[in-house]
Design a protein around this ligand. Structure first.
Ligand SMILES: [Fe+2]
Ligand SMILES: [Fe+2]
Length: 276
């Protein structure tokens, strides 16, 4: 299987006239379908695709990791450029009214579009809590069970309901799994349910224990140092061969991981291309 994994949008622009933007969008090109995992926050994914000479109309499916604006906010622009009906695989909770309540401020951080607008641009939502198989080798995780005792969702992430705010369980949080010759490649959006929980679930779903590459948002930016070290110990035990961190991993956790993983570690920024 020929496979190219291109990070179209990330907080940091890795190449010349790229745009950097808080968020994430990763394109998976195969000899079968081309899959866009998340869409960044606004226009950076399509801007950077243009610079790379990537034709977004060649995308066959979109997978959304969760409903937060920095992963779904590029949908309008991307759908315009795709220019045809396209299946979008996501969890039904992506439509929840997601907020961050921090420092006395309630900030809306959910999807910035109405479903109807996106459907008028060609979006065909396939909303499910389950893992979806996209090809023989590629699947979504669906809901990720939280089994480790050190991974948790930050209490400031909430959902607005009539009765007020309640904790966001982020059941919509999911990753993309690619089964390759050397092992699994797991692409994380934000990993709100925890990287290690996500990797354990990927192993269970596929029956493959070897995890070759982990890529994407590791959401350790608010994690305690203890959690960072427990995460690193688990990554080593799993035997991850390549760790490309993005987006919400945070500098302190990234610095420790860089030290611990040496040349297995890299920053996965806008413009990073992995060919397998
Ligand atoms: Fe994010
Ligand atoms: Fe998020």
């Amino acid at each position: 299987m020929e496979l190219h994994i291109t990070t179209l949008s990330e907080n940091t622009a890795g190449l010349g006239n790229f745009l950097g933007e808080w968020g994430l969008s990763i394109l998976v090109e195969t000899d079968g379908p081309n899959i866009l995992f998340d869409t960044g926050q606004s226009i950076s994914a399509s801007h950077n695709a243009d610079i790379l000479g990537i034709d977004l109309s060649q995308i066959d499916k979109i997978v959304l990791s969760h409903g937060h604006f920095d992963h779904t906010g590029g949908l309008r622009q991307v759908l315009r450029r795709i220019g045809k009906e396209i299946e979008i695989i996501a969890h039904p909770d992506m439509w929840q009214a997601k907020y961050a309540t921090r420092e006395g401020e309630d900030r809306y951080i959910g999807i910035p579009f109405q479903r109807q607008e996106l459907e008028s641009l060609g979006a065909r939502f396939n909303l499910t809590t389950e893992s979806v198989r996209l090809t023989d080798n590629i699947m979504t995780t669906g809901e990720v069970p939280m089994v480790t005792d050190y991974e948790e969702i930050e209490p400031y992430l909430v959902v607005k309901e009539d009765a007020g705010f309640k904790p966001d369980k982020l059941l919509d949080d999911q990753a993309l799994i690619i089964n390759t010759e050397p092992g699994l490649v797991v692409i994380l959006g934000c990993a709100h349910h925890g990287i290690i929980n996500t990797l354990y679930h990927a192993q269970q779903l596929t029956g493959v224990k070897t995890i070759d590459t982990v890529l994407g948002g590791c959401h350790l930016m608010d994690a305690s140092e203890e959690r960072v070290w427990l995460t690193i110990a688990a990554l080593k035990e799993i035997g991850v061969q390549r760790l490309g961190v993005s987006h919400c991993t945070g500098l302190p956790a990234s610095a420790i991981m860089a030290q611990e993983f040496g040349d297995k570690f890299f920053f996965n920024n806008a413009g990073t291309i992995l060919s397998l």
